[in-house]
Design a protein around this ligand. Structure first.
Ligand SMILES: NC(=O)c1ccc[n+]([C@@H]2O[C@H](COP(=O)([O-])OP(=O)(O)OC[C@H]3O[C@@H](n4cnc5c(N)ncnc54)[C@H](O)[C@@H]3O)[C@@H](O)[C@H]2O)c1
Length: 304
């Protein structure tokens, strides 16, 4: 298979199902060799199985592509290190890392247990940081040896992290953190030939198919565009994982159905400067005036 990723090696975390599986198949269809990572956990992170990663590997091979499985936990130092080592052992190189693995433990804040907080922050935030750190260390060594890579990282945020989402305090905090991590990584790693971007996807997977059944449903009419199929998100991810996106870094995209949106982040709005310390009453008056001239925030998902 040849395409915009011919010659490249891509690692996709959480690629045994859902969006990660779709990304892995799309990279393979564009000529990339794959490391398919998946710990094979349940929807809330419980259990483990090497089955999902191996099934996607078989699927890629059946289509004539090249893939190896990695069934480790990407939120551990050993799992992240062995993920990168698997790419280097199997193919002798690594070009693209897609951080995608994760799960949900949704609760309203007052019911959100410490375990649910820790587990979700860990899998998403640490599960992005550790593979990124290990891949970047490899690429930095390559750059220092005079072999500057055309390296690409695609992180997975969420509308929940960008706008907030009722019942998902742990998840929204992790996904907002991933945006911060993306901005820092893009700024720090550009000098080594590494571009880092993030996507906020929406698609029909086990994470969404029952909670948003109506929005996520496949069309009844044969041949109609299946807007919420996970594969609709993958073309942007593949482009961001290819050499073709030169110069694009530190960006966040929403991708859903046939729509791609560049998300424009926090930037200063109306401002006032007294040149001295405000009293609380003065600060309140100034804030009220500024708010009257500011754009309202976007709606929080699920807010009534
Ligand atoms: N589906 C959506 O609409 C949507 C929206 C916004 C963001 N996302 C994000 O997209 C990503 C993929 O989600 P999905 O909808 O495909 O869900 P999914 O449950 O279908 O797939 C996630 C995969 O990650 C794996 N995984 C979980 N923990 C892991 C770990 N520690 N190590 C390795 N693998 C692990 C799971 O086994 C699973 O196969 C997630 O980060 C999710 O938060 C999805």
């Amino acid at each position: 298979m040849t395409g915009i990723c011919t010659g490249r090696v891509a690692v996709v975390t959480g690629a045994g199902r859902g969006l990660g599986r779709a990304h892995a198949l799309a990279f393979a269809a564009e000529g990339a060799r794959l490391v398919v990572n998946d710990l094979g956990v349940g929807p809330d992170g419980a259990g483990e199985s090497s089955g999902p990663a191996q099934e996607v590997v078989e699927e890629i091979r059946a289509h004539g592509g090249r893939a190896v499985a990695h069934a480790g936990d990407i939120a551990t130092a050993d799992g992240a290190a062995s993920l990168v080592a698997t790419a280097l052992d199997a193919y002798g190189r690594l070009d693209t890392l897609v951080n995608n693995a994760g799960f949900l433990r949704d609760r309203m804040l007052v019911n959100l247990g410490e375990d649910d907080w820790d587990a979700v922050i860990r899998v998403h935030l640490k599960g992005h940081f550790l593979p990124l750190k290990h891949a970047a260390a490899h690429w930095r060594a390559e750059a220092k040896a005079g072999r500057t890579p055309t390296a690409r990282v695609i992180n997975t945020s969420s509308g929940a992290g960008l706008l907030g989402s009722v019942g998902q305090g742990n998840y929204a905090a992790a996904k907002a953190g991933i945006v911060g991590l993306t901005l820092v990584a893009a700024a720090e790693l550009g000098r080594y030939g590494i571009q880092v971007n993030a996507v906020a996807p929406a698609a029909r997977t086990r994470m969404t198919e029952s909670a948003f059944a109506e929005t996520m449903a496949a069309p009844d009419e044969p041949g109609a565009f299946d807007a919420m199929a996970p594969g609709n998100v993958s073309p942007l991810v593949v482009w961001l994982g290819s050499a073709a996106c030169a110069g694009v870094t530190g960006r966040v995209f929403e991708a859903e159905a046939g729509r791609i949106t560049v998300m424009e982040g926090w930037r200063p709005g109306p401002t006032a400067d007294k040149g001295a310390r405000w009293t609380p009453a003065e600060a309140g008056e100034a804030a009220a005036t500024l708010l009257a001239g500011a754009r309202p925030p976007g709606p929080v998902y699920g807010a009534s």
